[in-house]
Design a protein around this ligand. Structure first.
Ligand SMILES: Cc1cc2nc3c(=O)[nH]c(=O)nc-3n(C[C@H](O)[C@H](O)[C@H](O)COP(=O)(O)OP(=O)(O)OC[C@H]3O[C@@H](n4cnc5c(N)ncnc54)[C@H](O)[C@@H]3O)c2cc1C
Length: 624
């Protein structure tokens, strides 16, 4: 096969002495990490590229673990805001009425700026105005809330097998593994007064709605410390960046494969192997060295653009960047093409996300002091002894925050978080004591309809030189009806807890703010080939060696936070890649039967005696 461009191979081939990697992965977030961890520990060599830089001491670590934010969670809001880049800004928002008349501005409103996500083609009425990306090692998991619930069967959870018992068994094993890999727990806040006040109030008010602790990927530091360690992509990578663990053996005594992460490296496009005998096959991937690109005036040149060769290619660059890369490869979703070799790429977008509603209330703390729990009584007594004269609240200053959920049900199809957390919204004014505030975040769900989509205009690029996405999103009548009921439910729940905080009354947030966009690269069963991008092995239809990962693969509407489920699908896909590396790659066809993921593929995640068992409790005090 002759490459389409006259480019050199990336120096990593020479440095590693590997002429063809087993697996190439675009994106270093939790989903890229899941693919890498499975495949490297199984002995395959993996090259990963990441557009952003490493900006945490441990690659992909949660930034909220810094003591500064643990002491004051509201300060973390600014960190989140700084790391999110909104992807499509309508033209009207680029007009500055207060600009001095002497300053330069385009005379023709059709020619307003088109840099950094300002999008000439974006309508205001149908935008996902808050949809954003985070670029950097670990992706969005470096700031996420860590909520890791399971999807509701029969509504949110995709159907991999039409046989219900088989489908249940598959999801059980996948969820168990994913939970262990990211380290999810429902007990880390059990010794929090505020948590128990909220939990008990809601359990009493709604005895039949399964009110429980919100599952969170974190662990409390030893000695019942007031601090937790929040988990992120680094927990999935485990010891993969450790030099000393480079040659580690897995339970079958197979040596860990080579692993390298190239930061500041853009996955630009995949190139088809024109000599493929059946279906489509990716032959090469073109990447750009963004650090070198600073020194070169051409936006594309042989000094900054390189080829990388691998047997299998995984796009795990997030739900927005995955279709960007595929569109930039000429595979689909751009307005200029008549034939799309991935016909359903974001063209029948499942807007599997919602509008969030937010509300903050002052909790009413009756009975707090009288509580019978010994640890509770002791904590209150100690606090009163030390601060009784100056603090009127019977709650220690460092009492952990509440973390409660009322899970979605078929009757009430919305996910709820009743807790205190930083987000890019919902700041408590500095005058308020954070101990008396609880946030209510309700997430509705929007089923996929063909009208809701994302498109890429020819020749129109984002700040990183990739195709600029434009959204066309209109809530469906069903979604509108459900959000009305959801808002009603939220106010009911709020009134059980306390009184509204001024300026934080019930409100709908800008669409896209949940940052859980689904359906951009949706998976489906054989009979859904005409409406989906890949099968339930995450293998793109008709391709033999191209795989997709991330929230975009979820075809179903969902309100619950999707990362855990996307990890499940990645664990399954990684097995298919490993199998194909052994047995050979063949194109994904609608006639291909799906198989359950073998327990032996996932046993390392749940067997504490396995050398690769995920260990989350790491050393807290670290040397620089
Ligand atoms: C404030 C906030 C709260 C959240 N809370 C939750 C929560 O509680 N629960 C939950 O489940 N989810 C939550 N999320 C979402 C969660 O973080 C994402 O679902 C998850 O990170 C997605 O993982 P990913 O690996 O698919 O993508 P990402 O984490 O987005 O990582 C993708 C990576 O790919 C890189 N990339 C992009 N384009 C390219 C390219 N062309 N070449 C190379 N690399 C590229 C990006 O720089 C990025 O680092 C939250 C996110 C935010 C910001």
């Amino acid at each position: 096969m002759a490459p389409a461009k006259d480019l050199q191979f990336h120096r990593i081939h020479e440095e590693s002495n590997i002429s063809e990697f087993d697996v190439f992965i675009a994106g270093s977030g939790p989903i890229g990490a899941t693919f890498a961890r499975c495949l490297v520990d199984a002995g395959y060599n993996v090259l990963m590229v990441e557009l952003g830089d490493q900006d945490t001491r441990i690659p992909g670590e949660h930034k909220k673990n810094e003591i500064e934010y643990q002491k004051d969670i509201d300060r973390f809001v600014k960190v989140i805001q700084a790391t999110l880049s909104v992807v499509s800004i309508p033209r009207s928002q680029t007009i500055v009425p207060t600009l001095g008349p002497a300053a330069w501005t385009a005379k023709d409103p059709d020619q307003m700026w088109i840099t950094n996500g300002r999008n000439h083609f974006q309508g205001e009425h149908n935008n996902l105005g808050a949809e954003a990306v985070t670029r950097g090692v670990g992706g969005m998991s470096t700031h996420w809330t860590c909520a890791t619930p399971e999807f509701l069967k029969g509504l949110e959870r995709p159907v991999i097998f039409t046989d219900t018992a088989k489908d249940d068994a598959e999801w059980k094993i996948l969820y168990e593994s994913a939970r262990s890999l990211i380290g999810t727990s429902e007990t880390e806040f059990k010794h929090s007064i505020r948590h128990n006040v909220v939990l008990e109030a809601l359990q009493q008010a709604y005895p039949n709605r399964g009110v429980k602790a919100l599952p969170l990927a974190c662990h409390r530091l030893p000695g019942n410390s007031p601090y937790v360690q929040w988990h992120a992509a680094n927990d999935i990578y485990g010891d993969m960046f450790d030099e000393s663990a480079k040659h580690k053996l897995n339970k079958d005594k197979v040596k860990r494969g080579y692993f390298k992460l190239l930061t500041n490296t853009r996955c630009t496009r995949f190139e088809l192997d024109t000599g493929a005998t059946a279906g489509h096959r990716v032959g090469l991937v073109e990447v750009q060295d963004l650090l070198a690109a600073r020194l070169v005036s051409e936006s594309s040149s042989p000094e900054i653009d390189f080829y990388i060769k691998a047997k299998a290619y995984v796009v795990a660059a997030g739900e927005l960047a995955n279709p960007q890369i595929l569109a930039n490869s000429g595979f689909g979703a751009t307005t200029d093409r008549k034939v799309h070799i991935i016909p359903n790429l974001v063209s029948s977008l499942v807007m599997a996300f919602c509008q969030i509603a937010l509300l903050q209330v002052r909790i009413t703390y009756h009975n707090t002091i009288q509580h019978e729990n010994p640890w509770w009584k002791a904590a209150v007594a100690d606090h009163k002894k030390r601060f009784g004269g100056v603090d009127p609240l019977p709650i220690p200053f460092q009492d952990p925050e509440p973390q409660v959920t009322i899970p979605a049900s078929l009757e009430r199809p919305w996910h709820t978080q009743i807790h205190r957390d930083a987000f890019s919204y919902g700041e408590v004014g500095p005058s308020l004591d954070s101990r008396i505030v609880v946030d209510l975040r309700f997430f509705g769900m929007q089923e996929g309809v063909p009208e809701n989509k994302m498109i890429f205009q020819k020749g129109f690029k984002d700040a990183y030189g990739m195709p600029q996405p434009t959204f066309e999103y209109t809530p469906t009548a069903k979604h509108a009806e459900e959000t009305q009921r959801m808002m009603n439910d939220m106010t009911d729940v709020a009134n059980k807890l306390g009184a509204y905080l001024p300026k934080s009354e019930p409100q709908f947030m800008t669409p896209g703010l949940a940052l859980h966009l689904g359906g951009t690269t949706r998976l489906g069963l054989g009979q859904h080939m005409g409406k989906t991008v890949a099968n339930f092995n995450s293998q793109v239809w008709n391709f033999s060696n191209l795989f997709v990962g991330g929230n975009g693969t979820i075809p179903t509407p969902f309100g619950a936070n999707p990362t855990l489920t996307s990890m499940c699908l990645a664990l399954r896909a990684a097995y298919k890649i490993a199998q194909s590396l052994k047995d050979g790659f063949s194109p994904a066809l609608d006639s291909e039967a799906m198989h359950p993921t073998p327990a032996s593929w996932l046993s390392w995640t749940t067997d504490p005696n396995d050398p690769n068992f995920p260990i989350h409790a790491r050393e807290v005090h670290r040397e620089i």
